[in-house]
Write a protein that binds this ligand. Structure first.
Ligand code: PEP
Ligand code: MG
Length: 575
């Protein structure tokens, strides 16, 4: 690995886009990417020696995984053990050795055998099909061992660490051992890419698009400041102290667990975005004995359950997870979003033919056209969870563009016995036709991440265009305003569940536009609650008007800050 920003560069700072407001200091653990078989890999000159070194590679991988499994706790231990057993598989080894004996280059031989096994596993279905991920993991580790490069994937963390990667797949992020991850830094990605969102949801400080991150050397101590979007190498001791002070302010704000509201009493429900049952349990339990910190969940991203799978979870499996989430929140509201796959969240079993513009293609609710059975199973599973728990979930579909789609979704969901049905407003067409859409459903929720992407014609994964995709863009605010106005006219709830809801200054603007609930990473709730509680409806409306009158995103934010209560600006500065 190149030592471009090695410890010699103490104090050097990498700049990226921060996600969340935390900060952490700790040692770098790097995530290597899988290596492909070299195109110029040569047939072995000494076949017996090549066989021996491949056998040794299998052995090293199996031993390493077994050792990691013995040291791991929780769910990671059996997973590592099962993968180790696969690396010990006799058939896998002997078929690879046989191909090398026939003169095939080692990594090519390994890939050919793995491919055969993959086909076998997938056609066997069930448990074996689910083991394909393990098979690939063995392949990537053995190939790395043969080629003498670092093993790919998120390594098992043995101490609290800063995970650094070129990029992380959402499934990798979802699988992280959160107790050992101090922060995440990636060279690629964007603030609203799903990896960043998952990290934020878990309250893990994250800096994406940090140039030079991929060159960071394992073990280097870094300070990751999500609020500033910086990664400092070998930081001064005061940095950790400043992070601790910031955490204290957060903790003080978190003592207030009153329901979200403007100072004149106008309610703005504060909700948590969750992706897994464990997130729901954590979010629902936050606030401690003085009362819940969140009033429910405004976005349960169900796709997290589907992401790292080779086939769809069954109705029973889904029902169990949905029931866990509903149970976690008890009688609090839970908005369950139907599967939002496609584009930056590809699924092995639901991907369509190669699309040139996947963000504009078959994603979200549109998957109902290509894999209707997935959709039906999910609604049935949610209805099962409703029956089992006695809780009444709200359900909404992502990426709805027309009132007709809203009507069709509502009819399908109600057909399953789900009574509170809504859609997400993420496409400008839906915002412009919010009145017609609201005539079909009980509520809408603005996904400002995608709404900004589609309004500004800017890929949310392209961090270098972050200035355009900013939710402070007045055009985005106009579409939020149009949707909120339509909701106000018909008296139906209009929430925001995109990342913009977690910005305290933006939260005041959204309240001023007439938004009725804000759903965000639970860690963001205290500062948002505080910001809302410092303003009246009249003030929030005036702040929103000023932001919308600005020519661009920085000007809109500056206009809002100029009118915000100064103590809120202080809290913002501390983030
Ligand atoms: C959004 O687009 O704002 C949203 C909440 O959905 P996701 O980020 O999961 O696409
Ligand atoms: Mg979205």
């Amino acid at each position: 690995m190149p030592a471009a920003v090695a410890p010699a560069d103490a104090g050097a700072v990498l700049h990226g886009i921060g996600v969340g407001r935390g900060g952490a200091v700790g040692p770098v653990v790097t995530v290597a990417r899988p290596v492909a078989a070299p195109t110029d890999e040569q047939p072995p000159t000494d076949r017996a020696a090549a066989q021996e070194s491949v056998l040794a590679a299998f052995g090293t991988v199996a031993d390493g995984l077994l050792a990691q499994s013995a040291a791991a706790t929780g769910a990671a231990a059996p997973v590592l053990k099962a993968t180790a057993q696969m690396a010990q598989d006799k058939a896998l080894r002997s078929q690879t050795l046989a191909r090398i004996a026939d003169g095939e280059p080692p990594v090519h031989a390994l890939d050919a055998v793995i491919e055969t096994f993959e086909h076998m596993f997938v056609s066997a279905g069930g448990y074996l099909a689910e083991r394909v991920t393990d098979l690939r993991s063995v392949r990537d580790r053995v190939a790395a061992e043969i080629l003498g490069v670092p093993a790919p994937g998120v390594p098992v963390l043995t101490e609290p660490s800063v995970v650094v990667a070129l990029d992380l797949a959402p499934a990798d992020t979802a699988a992280l051992d959160v107790d050992q991850v101090l922060a995440i830094v990636t060279e690629l990605g964007g603030a609203t890419s799903h990896t960043a969102i998952i990290a934020n949801q878990l309250g893990i400080p994250c800096v994406v698009r940090a140039r030079g991150a991929a060159d960071l050397v394992e073990g280097t101590t870094v300070a990751v400041d999500a609020a500033a979007g910086t990664v400092t190498l070998d930081p001064a001791p005061q940095v950790a102290e400043a992070f601790a002070r910031r955490a204290q302010v957060q903790a003080r704000l978190a003592e207030d667990t009153a329901p979200g509201a403007l100072v004149d009493g106008t309610p703005v429900a504060l909700l948590a975005n969750v992706g897994k049952a464990a997130d729901a349990e954590r979010a629902a339990g936050a606030g401690g004995p003085d009362g819940p910190a969140v009033e429910g969940s405004g976005l349960f991203r169900t796709e997290v359950l589907f992401l790292d799978r080779s086939d769809a979870p069954t109705r029973a499996e889904q029902a169990e997870v949905y029931a866990q989430v509903l149970r976690a929140f008890g009688d609090r509201k839970v908005v369950v979003r139907t599967l939002d796959a496609g584009a930056d969240k590809p699924l092995a079993f639901a991907s369509t033919a190669e699309e040139e513009n996947p963000a504009l293609g078959v994603r979200g609710y549109r998957l109902r056209r290509t894999v209707p059975e997935l959709f039906e199973t999910q609604l049935a599973a949610l209805a099962d969870a409703q029956q089992e728990t006695g809780a009444v979930p709200w359900v909404m579909a992502p990426m709805v563009s027309t009132a007709t789609e809203a009507r069709e979704f509502a009819s399908a969901a109600r057909g399953h016995g789900l009574t509170t049905v809504g859609v997400m407003v993420e496409v400008p067409a839906a915002a412009l036709r919010a009145r017609e859409i609201l005539a079909e459903v009980d509520f809408v929720s603005l996904g400002t991440n995608d709404l900004a992407q589609y309004t500004m014609a800017t890929d949310r994964l392209r961090g270098e265009l972050a200035d355009l995709i900013d939710p402070w863009q007045p055009a985005v605010l106009d579409l939020v305003a149009a949707t909120a106005t339509a909701g106000g006219e018909v008296g139906k709830p209009v929430g925001v569940c995109g990342e913009s809801a977690s910005d305290p200054a933006m939260a005041v603007v959204l309240a001023g536009l007439g938004i009725t609930s804000l759903s965000m990473s639970p860690a963001a709730v205290p500062a948002v609650r505080y910001a809302l509680a410092q303003h009246t409806t009249e003030q929030a409306t005036a702040i929103a008007v000023a932001a919308r009158a600005a020519p661009d995103a920085p000007a809109a934010r500056a206009a809002a800050l100029a009118l915000l209560d100064p103590t809120v600006v202080e809290v913002l500065a501390l983030r």
